[in-house]
Design a protein around this ligand. Sequence first.
Ligand code: SF4
Length: 326
Amino acid sequence: MHDLQTQFETKNGVNRAVDGVTFSLRRGESVGIVGESGCGKSVTALSVMNLLPRPACRVVGGSIVYSPVGGSPVDIATLDPRGRAMRSVRGKHIAMVFQDPMSSLNPIVPVGRQISEAMRAHDGVGRKEANERAVELLDTVGIGAPRQRVREYPHEMSGGMRQRVMIAMAISCGPALLIADEPTTSLDVTLEAQIIDLIKRLRADTGMALAIITHDLGVIAELADRTVVMYMGRVVESGKSVEVFDRPAHPYTQGLLSSVPRIGRRTRISPIAGTTPDPFDLPKGCLFAPRCPHAMAVCREMSPPSFKVSDDRGAACWLLKPDAHA
Ligand code: SF4
């Protein structure tokens, strides 16, 4: 993805939900996209899936290039969301686990049929074989008595089971990339741990790449090789997760990390001061400046570019300009 720009046009004006986001993901890699609600992480995912709520929301700039193994690269941002080319990518090559399994599953269709749909559409599998594969998939994601469960409706299942069904649907066609949008948000901690273990196991078994979207830094630490931190539609820091977590470079990342409790550390939890700015009335310069304890005059005038912190790691903050402390 390069310089992706996705906007909402509303009666209050234009909301630049995603404003120049650039990052890449290779086969088998995992990336975690983290930030507060409204930072643009889910809109980034919906842009990749070409499932933006049109006509209000659309990609207005940049590219989302997907390169299938042995195939030609395709820029998803240029494809018709309902066209054949996009439908052959969505679900088959790139699949998504949505935030809320209860509202994402069809309440009046048995889960087995919902899992079978993508296989029948993409792989041309017959009804009987698709049903058998749905049973196998329910077993793979850890649902007991799958032959019986495959006939049940979503309301007959617990929240954890419904989330497993969503994952079974997403992996049914063996995608190269799985996007998981807050896959554990509505679950208790025990179920959260089980879903994290399940995603880890599926990645190890299939080699699929993973983009995990969450505001939960613990989930990112468990699942993501690399972390992308977003604030107000922009990437403010990115790099290897261990480095970002151990030595956060951007004041916003530092604030996120100091606002979560850490077992074994007797440090005071200090939330980030203030709230995110009005998306229709953004401040000049660095968008984090009104909340930043290190804000300088330049921060309120000019938006910082991304400065290199180390190999494959950058952060958009004037403090990291090579001569900032000269
Ligand atoms: Fe803070 Fe300035 Fe860095 Fe923005 S550019 S995060 S305001 S120090």
